[in-house]
Design a protein around this ligand. Structure first.
Ligand code: NAD
Length: 288
């Protein structure tokens, strides 16, 4: 299949390479020359502008930093310049309202479009083991699914357009909350004289068990190997967690949802990110 891929950064670079490995012809564009050079090495055909990249393709995949960029890329250079039978797939994490607005513009021109944000970081993007949460009409989902399968381990239909983004920010708000809760519990356990490994052995098989504890433990030397064992380098950057929490709080306000713990998590990550945006988000344990 001929697929245009726009946004070949930390995530998009590996995703585009996996489409090539799956036998697709990938027409790549990024503003960064370095990203384009890496895409060429991975077997993509590279272009110096979006309109040339999307000409004659059957699908467009975007993996871009934010909603404003996604909107300008689609409205300026994708919609109306891509064949109308093509499937448009935005994998970026952006706000629900912009995802729906861009899809409305695409639908008005007869395109199929889905929002398909991902769970899993750079390692999963490279390994082709991302989880995609997909919003869009069923015929658009069915057209996007085989393309997404080539880049991930799970592709889940979340409902109508924008619901992929809704699932992503609700999931990451919950992740931030249980990470902070897990950090608090380990810190208090230690202050009360409990060895962290002993607390882990008890809580990981008791009702406090959760993913932040047993799959992503914020304490070095406890549980599986995690960014905590590597000085909180790598993993999921605090700045990206904060981005997702801000999107979640915008969505909470717009929808009238009550999210007091989500709001508090956003405040804590906002303060922590000022000096530590590059560190893995589990490093917030250092502030407690
Ligand atoms: P990144 O900054 O590494 O990559 C973004 C790429 O987009 C860059 O190469 C940049 O040059 C390019 N770009 C920016 N404006 C452009 C334009 N107008 N036209 C073409 N290219 C343009 O970011 P990333 O880490 O790859 O993240 C991409 C998206 O994935 C974000 O929405 C992020 O929230 C989401 N995400 C990231 C992670 C992660 O762990 N990095 C995990 C899940 C989701």
């Amino acid at each position: 299949m001929k697929i245009a891929f726009i946004g070949l950064g930390n995530m998009g670079g590996g995703m585009a390479a996996n489409l090539v490995k799956a036998g697709h012809h990938v027409r790549a564009f990024d503003l960064s020359e370095d990203a384009l050079a890496r895409a060429k090495e991975a077997g993509c055909e590279t272009f110096s502008n979006i309109r040339d990249a999307v000409r004659d393709v059957e699908a467009v995949v975007t993996m871009l930093p934010n909603g404003a960029i996604v909107k300008s890329v689609y409205t300026d250079d994708v919609i109306g310049h891509t064949p109308h039978a093509a499937t448009l797939i935005d994998c970026s994490t952006i706000d629900v309202a912009t995802a729906r607005e861009v899809a409305d513009a695409a639908h008005a021109e007869g395109y199929k479009m889905v929002d398909a944000p991902v769970s899993g970081g750079i390692a999963a993007a490279n390994a082709g083991t991302l989880t995609f949460m997909v919003g869009g009409e069923i015929h658009a989902f069915e057209a996007a699914e085989p393309i997404l399968q080539a880049m991930g381990k799970a592709v889940i239909h979340a409902g109508g357009i924008g619901n992929g983004q809704a699932a992503k920010i609700c999931n990451n708000m919950l992740l931030a909350i249980h990470m902070i809760g897990t950090c608090e519990a380990f810190q208090m356990a230690q202050k009360l004289g409990l060895d962290p490994q002993t607390f882990y052995d008890i809580s990981s098989v008791s009702s406090g068990q959760n993913w932040s504890m047993t799959s992503y433990c914020p304490v070095a030397g406890v549980g599986p190997t995690t960014p905590a064992d590597n000085g909180y380098q790598g993993g999921f950057a605090t700045a990206l967690m904060l981005k997702d929490l801000k999107l979640a709080m915008e969505a909470a306000q717009a929808s009238g949802a009550s999210t007091p713990l989500g709001r508090h998590a956003e405040e804590l990550y906002d303060a922590f990110a000022k000096e530590n945006g590059e560190l893995d988000f589990s490093a917030i344990i250092k502030t407690l």
